[in-house]
Design a protein around this ligand. Sequence first.
Ligand SMILES: [Zn+2]
Length: 440
Amino acid sequence: MTIRFENGTIVTLGEDNQVLKNSTLVTDGENVAAMGGGAEMRERYPDAEVVDCSGQVILPGFICTHHHFYSTMARGMAIPGEPASNFVEILERLWWKLDMALSEDDIAPSAQIPLIECIRNGTTTVIDHHASPSFRDGSLDIIEEAVREAGLRASLCYEVSDRNVPGAGIAENERFIKKVGQGDGQIAAMMGLHASFTVSDETVEKCVGIAKDAGVGCHIHVAEDAADREDSLAKYGKPTVNRLHDLGVTGQNSIFVHCVHVDLSEMDILADTDTIVVHNPESNMNNAVGVTPLLELLEKGVLVGLGTDGMASDMLSQMRVAYLLHRLANRDPRVAFVEAPQLLLGNNAEIARRQFGLRLGEIAPGLPADLAILDYHPPTPFSEKNTLGHLIFGMTDARVDTTVCRGEILMRNKEILTLDEERIAARSRELAPKMWKRLV
Ligand SMILES: [Zn+2]
């Protein structure tokens, strides 16, 4: 299908960001075909469907490089017992009870709700990390189906951990990685592991072997809390990144999520191996685990992306949280204005390229047609020179009106076209209380 998105302000992002006022963008099939003035585009593509983007800004679809779709039914859930007083207790009293209680029926709506929220917020590509020990084998197929129905792109993996059964989840990852193969640009696969402190050397070695044979990376939480670092020092006599590096987990396709508690020598390993780090500021604040040494990681040359860790699907607000957090943490109002957007706009695009083999996060003819179209009337002059200021202080609060992924319109006039939000939310409300009763 060919579509003319007319009369909008196109923000191309990419290395040579341009702000093109009163312009028309044409998509043809899954890609952007052309951009230019309205008259010229009408002449070249007279039969295209027309979407009027007056008063709107057309941005590349946003990318989330760490999410947990399965966290949906935690919303409003009462957690039995005393409130968790530290990170390990949060896992034991909340997340490990919740994932164990998830049934086969819960997995689809748990994924569909955040997929709807991704569409609402213009997030078109997600790297997810899934856990459901009571219905493990085949769980990634259910999520894949939900992603394809939603029309988004996602990289999926299952969280291997020895906490219940040694090596549980390895087979599900292996099966799914083989099924996906090189991928089709919409679905990709990784080898998922929970965290250093819940996996033995033997389990890690098995995971790394499968991942290397298939040419995919590992997706693992690293030094999220000081407890992960202390566990690695006590059991293996080395910090977390050193342990994982010695086991072969590092590399340019692997994602080390969080890296809050890493020292300078661990950062050198991450930089030397070109391992990806994903920062999740809202999650770190919510779990009170500490502040990722973001500026130091970037200074070392580590590729740091931005994720939500299941907290949300709105990437612009996540970017603003990163900006605010690192200003406060460094007590320096000169920092993070460039760095926080760099995580979302530049680095997440590079991480997605390594996952999907596609140039996402940029608008140009020939590139994938993934778009977030926002209602935004700039109250001050708006150009290439001040795009970041408008993004952080203006567009964060703008509503996404239209979302496009792979050339397909997934939401138009704020109405989601691919999924029935009311029906799915009703189904989730019906299932959640039953799941909560299974918490033990
Ligand atoms: Zn996570």
